[in-house]
Design a protein around this ligand. Structure first.
Ligand SMILES: Cc1ncc(COP(=O)(O)O)c(C=O)c1O
Length: 369
């Protein structure tokens, strides 16, 4: 295989991906290449990743449990901290039980893995996250897609299915920031003998979860909760079944117990609501100011605010221009988003100031001219 040639092709198409090395904590200001930047591409929506209380809890967790968990959950890796966090997440989401995973990617793989002999059909939103698609395909389960957030398209397809099904959706769509119509999806699940699964990676901690009875809820902890990992919550029997059958749960080392101690603190802060109120105020301010400037930001009430550019090279160029001006905003290209919808994905955090948001939007306006 000629990897050099394959990489050259990616570069020619402006689809080559590279990493920037961050020399500071994850925060609204970060250091890259000795340059201080205002960070508008972090999923640390509630600004908890570098929060004093979360860091303190993490250190206390290290003092009590050490660093590594040492084993998988089913061997000796399931500490009191993991157990307490699962109980707190179950309570927070109003479910009987919750199960921790190392990442959201593995949690999604984990659900499909557990259900691989139980489902006759699966319908997924066209814009669902890659991990939901990969989980579906790696488990060799049948996959059909319905038009993005289009209840009529889902209803039509669901009406043609027989046997046990599953309807799967992002709750807040990761690249567009819009929200699934959970109540409508649950109605369709009810009449088509399907179970509803939602991936709330980008809504957890920000919006009240809407979890219909007997549905599957998954959310990540590396975004608004500011730590890492993910969980699936649902009925006692479903979670017990996951423990028996989910290969990405069974065959992996449990995350650090200290991370769980830190996440318990994040959960307290989420419940207190102060960071959430700041984020929601920032989202409102961003929407108002961008519309005053006439910027064509796609409709979204979440922390994800997309500006569609429609071309990879141009999206990269604008992202670079903003970087030079001191703003870090990532360009999102295919295959992460459909061709022709390449974009800037601006993400807002609780600790952004209105002045930082104003400056960013003004620079974007200049960069687009
Ligand atoms: C909708 C969605 N689900 C799952 C994931 C995966 O979560 P994690 O980063 O914890 O693996 C992501 C992003 O990372 C996501 O955007």
């Amino acid at each position: 295989m000629d990897f050099f040639k394959k990489l050259s092709n990616l570069k020619q198409q402006h689809l080559y991906r590279s990493r920037k090395v961050v020399d500071s904590a994850q925060d609204t200001k970060i250091i890259i290449d000795e340059k201080s930047l205002i960070n508008f591409c972090s999923n640390d929506y509630l600004s908890l990743a570098n929060h004093t209380q979360v860091k303190k809890a993490f250190k206390q967790g290290v003092d009590r449990y050490g660093v590594g968990s040492g084993a998988s959950h089913l061997v000796s890796g399931h500490s009191r901290a993991h157990h307490d966090l699962e109980a707190a997440l179950a309570e927070h989401t109003g479910q009987e039980r919750a199960l921790l995973f190392s990442t959201g990617y593995s949690a999604n793989l984990g659900v499909f893995s557990a259900l691989k002999d139980e489902l006759d059909w699966i319908l997924q939103d066209k814009l669902n996250h890659a991990s939901l698609i990969d989980g579906n395909q790696l488990s060799r389960l049948p996959l059909q897609r319905y038009l993005h957030n289009d209840v009529a398209s889902l209803e039509k397809k669901a009406g043609k299915q027989t046997g046990q099904g599953m309807i799967v959706t992002d709750t807040v769509f990761s690249m567009d920031g819009d929200q699934a119509k959970i109540d409508d999806l649950q109605k369709i699940s009810d009449f088509s003998n399907a179970i509803l699964m939602q991936d709330d990676a980008h809504g957890f901690g920000i919006f009240e979860p809407n979890i219909p009875k007997k549905s599957i809820y998954m959310a990540t902890l590396g975004k608004a909760a500011g730590t890492m990992g993910a969980f699936v919550s649902g009925s006692d029997d479903f979670i017990d079944f996951m423990i028996q059958k989910s290969r990405p749960y069974i065959y992996t080392t449990a995350i650090s117990p200290a991370i769980c101690v830190a996440t318990l603190k994040s959960l307290d802060l989420i419940k207190q609501g102060e960071q959430k109120a700041k984020l929601l105020a920032n989202i409102d301010f961003f929407r108002i100011f961008s519309s005053t400037l006439g910027l064509p930001i796609s409709p979204s009430n979440s922390a994800i605010q997309p500006l569609i550019i429609g071309d990879s090279e141009k999206a990269l160029l604008i992202s670079q221009k903003l970087f030079d001006q001191g703003f870090y905003v990532s360009a999102i290209r295919t295959p992460t988003v459909p061709k022709g919808t390449e974009r800037l994905r601006i993400t807002l955090n609780a600790n952004h100031t209105q002045s930082q948001i104003e400056q960013l939007l003004t620079q974007i306006k200049h960069a687009l001219q």
